[in-house]
Design a binder for this molecule. Structure first.
Ligand SMILES: *Cc1c(COP(=O)(O)O)cnc(C)c1O
Ligand code: SF4
Length: 341
């Protein structure tokens, strides 16, 4: 039986439902509850309720289980905890840092790059990452009915230069499988589309998301599926995540990973090298290492370019070339991500 997440103390571990939707609904949303799960006292951290009201705290149990109890500097905790630093204002950090609203030709589509486009599938995420550049995205204007998706499909049908569709969000896998199966079938009927890419963090925060129902639709069509995960630190990968990834690779999907370079979370070459090694062990290729976007509320995660380049140079000395992700940043109105060298 699903148990509620209130009145929880570490002394009473709840049994975790095997159903990802139940796990999603049981995500922890209160600062106090998160701290109590980790045996941390509020005085040990500069948490902020105001930051949590601006962008809510949300973190599923399986991700909390990988945090170190009693460690206020845990690299997973720092990705999700609302803190006072978020309330800093700076003119260089704004709500639409990538100027995506300019490239939103119709609701649900972001078409910026040649030959591929993003579909904003689901406004929700399973986890709220404090550094997220989409924290201010106008998802309500991009919420879609099946009828409205027809307009998006028409857009893809009429542009024969597009050969790849990217499911994005939010997190596209927060949507239900019936809808995703329907949409994927429709897209597979468009003959100029070759590849389906899924950008998701859900298999990392709730590994149970990779169930048979997901595998069924993701492999049902002629489209070549590619999954791009989002993992920032080796501690995010436990045995359950590794086994979820194995289901993807066993089903013939190519699995890549993108990370964000984050101050005090993974801003050293050793941590990044360990992440790449762990990814490789699981059959995942490192793809991008993003510099932070200048999003309001996230500037305390950002690093100077010179520091980023130095870390990256050290990383290159620790790994074979194929395990070094590309260091990139997103500059508005460019035709691709921009390599930082
Ligand atoms: C990142 C991104 C893509 C994908 O870019 P790749 O370099 O192919 O991974 C596509 N569209 C938008 C709007 C993006 O931000
Ligand atoms: S999962 Fe991705 S889109 Fe969602 S909050 Fe985290 S970084 Fe943002």
């Amino acid at each position: 039986m699903p148990t509620t997440t209130s009145n929880l103390s570490p002394a009473q571990p709840i049994s975790i439902s095997p159903d990802w939707k139940v796990q999603l609904s049981q995500a922890v949303t209160s600062i106090d509850e998160l701290l109590s799960c980790l045996d941390l006292a509020p005085e040990q951290l500069s948490t902020s309720q105001q930051a949590a009201s601006a962008f809510s705290l949300k973190v599923p149990r399986p991700f909390i289980d990988r945090m170190q109890s009693g460690n206020p500097r845990d690299p997973l905790l720092l990705q999700v905890l609302p803190v006072t630093d978020e309330m800093q204002q700076s003119p260089d950090y704004n709500k639409d840092p990538l100027e995506e609203s300019k490239h939103n030709p119709i609701a649900g589509i972001v078409h910026k790059y040649a030959n591929r486009l993003l579909l904003v599938i689901s406004p929700a995420c399973a986890i709220n990452c404090r550094y997220c550049f989409r924290r201010h995205f106008p998802y309500d204007e991009n919420r879609q009915s099946k009828q409205q998706w027809q307009t998006a499909l028409d857009y893809i049908r009429q542009d024969k230069s597009i050969n790849e569709v990217i499911y994005s969000g939010g997190d596209p896998l927060a949507a239900n499988d019936n809808f995703l199966a329907w949409l994927t079938t429709e897209i597979a009927e468009i003959s100029h589309i070759k590849r389906l890419r899924i950008h998701t963090r859900l298999p990392v925060v709730i590994p149970a998301r990779i169930d048979q129902s997901f595998l069924n639709w993701a492999t049902a069509t002629r489209l070549k599926p590619i999954v791009v995960l989002h993992i920032n630190h080796a501690n995010e990968i436990d045995a359950e995540v590794a086994s979820a990834i194995q289901k993807l690779t066993d089903a013939g999907m190519q699995v890549l990973n993108q990370s964000v370079l984050l101050r005090e979370i993974n801003d050293n070459a050793m941590a990044l090298a360990e992440l790449s090694e762990r990814l490789f062990d699981c059959g995942v290729s490192p793809y991008y290492l993003h510099l932070c976007d200048p999003v309001a509320g996230a500037q305390h995660f950002d690093l100077d370019d010179s520091v980023a380049k130095q870390i990256y140079g050290e990383l290159q000395c620790l790994l074979p070339g194929f395990l070094v992700p590309k260091l990139v940043r997103e500059i508005p109105n460019r035709q691709s991500k921009t390599l930082v060298i």
